[in-house]
Design a protein around this ligand. Structure first.
Ligand code: HEC
Ligand code: HEC
Length: 481
């Protein structure tokens, strides 16, 4: 077949006439927008049926006959149609001979392809569809035959999380941000777990949520700033996700810019640095896998893949990341009453007393889940460089497992818990927004005057928040082997 290669600004055009009598095969219409010209004429060429998105894989020869859609372009004047296939941008190892697309894709990503039909009088109609090129090293998830348990019914929160009792830090349930419309179900959180670990949620299959939120580091990252799908860096340090279910008002991110978890979880997917997909591209990619339709059906009753369902499933999984089995938790009896004296070392006990007493930590990192009560300006700097939620105020993640998830603060400035405590001891800087809780009655930044033993005791106490069960729980681990 003769083949002409033209180059228009940034578009490789590979043009040939298609075989005239392509079979009239019906294909499922897709949500792509058919473009027809001119629109006013009744004898215009129209797109009767469109090409569906196609899946390809890096390094694997790909063939697809785009006249499957082209065959159902209507040709009212019967002058005969010729077809052109064009690729947006670089063609990624693909080329077209007539309507036959072939070649071996070189890089993962989404390739936009346009088929244009033209009659001998010059009238045209086009249809655009996507070839998703998946990375070659992806696998399908391995899930247990009978689902892991995530729902409150099957994994009840311990008593000291659900009820207040004398001597403890109080229950966090008042700050539970689970909406009535999105309670955790086993199937919903299972789908959320697969989504969380699936690199297909990024444009080039390079990163998953778990790249920046790693279980071993309490779903945070050891890097000060995390690396996105194309090697770019995030603007702030990754947040630990343990006990994210509990936060008053239910806003998310260091600066609370997401109004709910359901709104938050779709943002990294669309972030140009983090994952780089549009929600439409996300839907296309997930629909081309063999396993998602069944997981959506199990979770939501039908195989339909919608971004609302993606958001709900990811949120269910994130809310299932409750950490309730640390040494601190084991100090509580089944009645929800703590026995710190019988559980802690003398040093941890001193730390516990300072934390909820003179050092004032529990005023902001409260309840038995050690969650923040809201946003605060902690006086990290004398002049505000990042306004956060306004006036230098930030949310803090729950301090559960804080030992394993250095570095600390929204900018990852502290490498150790000793540095954090030294900061609260004598490093708080005065600035107009400094929280009153970190000021003396006279308005000066608070100085705790901790002894070295007291500093180390506070650190030892925070290490009792480390929950090894949580950090290696197979229910929360990657299903991709
Ligand atoms: C490239 C790294 C990266 C990826 C990928 C990523 N995150 Fe994050 N995540 C971050 C950073 C950094 C923050 C804090 C950003 C900020 O507050 O400005 C964050 C914050 C969050 C928070 C807010 C926690 C809180 O308590 O307010 C949640 C929840 C979260 N991410 C979930 C996810 C989910 C779900 C995904 C996948 C869909 C994901 N993240 C993908 C880096 C990442
Ligand atoms: C006025 C409220 C307030 C008080 C009091 C307070 N904190 Fe914080 N803490 C915060 C906020 C807000 C952040 C997040 C600040 C940021 O990143 O800009 C934070 C961050 C932290 C972090 C790092 C968390 C992370 O994920 O990076 C640790 C650890 C910590 N605080 C421990 C303590 C200890 C120990 C005390 C007592 C000595 C204490 N805090 C007292 C509000 C407070």
């Amino acid at each position: 077949m003769p083949r002409r290669v033209l180059t228009l600004a940034g578009i490789a055009v590979l043009a040939t006439a298609c075989a005239g009598d392509s079979p009239t095969q019906s294909v499922t219409p897709t949500p792509t927008t058919p473009v027809t010209t001119p629109t006013t004429n009744t004898d215009a060429i129209t797109v009767a049926s469109a090409n569906a998105p196609q899946a390809a894989m890096v390094g694997v020869p790909f063939r697809y006959d785009a006249s499957k859609g082209g065959a159902v372009f209507t040709d009212p004047r019967k002058t005969g149609l010729t077809y052109t296939v064009t690729f947006a941008g670089a063609s990624n190892g693909l080329s077209a001979t007539g309507c036959e697309i072939g070649g071996t894709p070189v890089a993962p990503g989404l390739q936009s392809v346009t088929v244009t039909a033209r009659d001998t009088t010059g009238r045209t109609a086009s249809q655009q569809f996507t070839v998703v090129v998946f990375s070659a090293d992806l696998t399908a998830p391995t899930l247990p035959v009978s689902s892991f348990a995530y729902s409150d019914a099957r994994v009840p929160l311990p008593r000291h999380f659900t009820q207040n009792a004398a001597g403890g830090g109080g229950s966090p349930v008042g700050a539970d941000n689970t909406p009535a419309t999105n309670a955790i179900t086993d199937a919903g959180a299972t789908l959320g777990r697969v989504l969380f670990y699936d690199r297909r949620l990024s444009l080039n299959d390079g990163v998953s949520c778990a790249s920046c939120h790693q279980q071993a580091f309490a779903f945070s990252d050891t890097a000060v700033l995390s690396t996105g799908f194309q090697g770019g860096r995030t603007g702030r340090h990754s947040m630990g996700l343990a006990n994210a279910r509990f936060y008053n008002g239910g806003r998310f991110f260091w600066d609370e810019r997401a109004a709910s978890l359901e709104a938050q979880v779709l943002q990294p997917i669309q972030d140009v640095t983090e994952m780089g997909l549009t929600l439409e591209q996300l839907q296309t990619k997930l629909s081309l896998t063999a396993y998602y339709p069944a997981l959506f059906e199990a979770a939501f009753g039908s195989r339909e893949i919608t971004t609302d369902r993606v958001a709900r499933a990811l949120s269910q999984y994130v809310r299932a990341l409750t950490s309730t089995d640390s040494k601190f938790d084991r100090a509580f009896g089944a009645n929800g009453v703590p026995n710190f004296e019988g559980t802690f070392t003398a040093q941890e006990l001193l730390g516990q007393q300072l934390y909820s007493g003179r050092a004032g930590c529990a005023r902001c990192h409260g309840t038995n889940a050690h969650i923040s009560d809201g946003v605060h300006n902690t006086g990290l700097d004398a002049s505000i460089t990042d306004a956060g939620a306004g006036n230098g105020r930030f949310k803090a993640p729950s301090l559960r497992n804080v030992e394993v998830r250095a570095p600390y603060m929204h900018d990852g400035r502290f490498r150790t818990l000793e540095q954090v405590v030294d900061f609260y001891d004598r490093g708080v800087q005065n600035n107009p927004g400094l929280d009153p809780r970190l000021r003396t009655p006279g308005g000066q930044p608070l100085r705790l005057n901790l002894s070295l033993q007291e500093r180390d005791a506070l650190v030892a106490f925070m290490k009792t928040f480390t929950d090894r069960t949580f950090l290696s729980d197979p229910r929360l681990a990657s299903p991709f082997r």
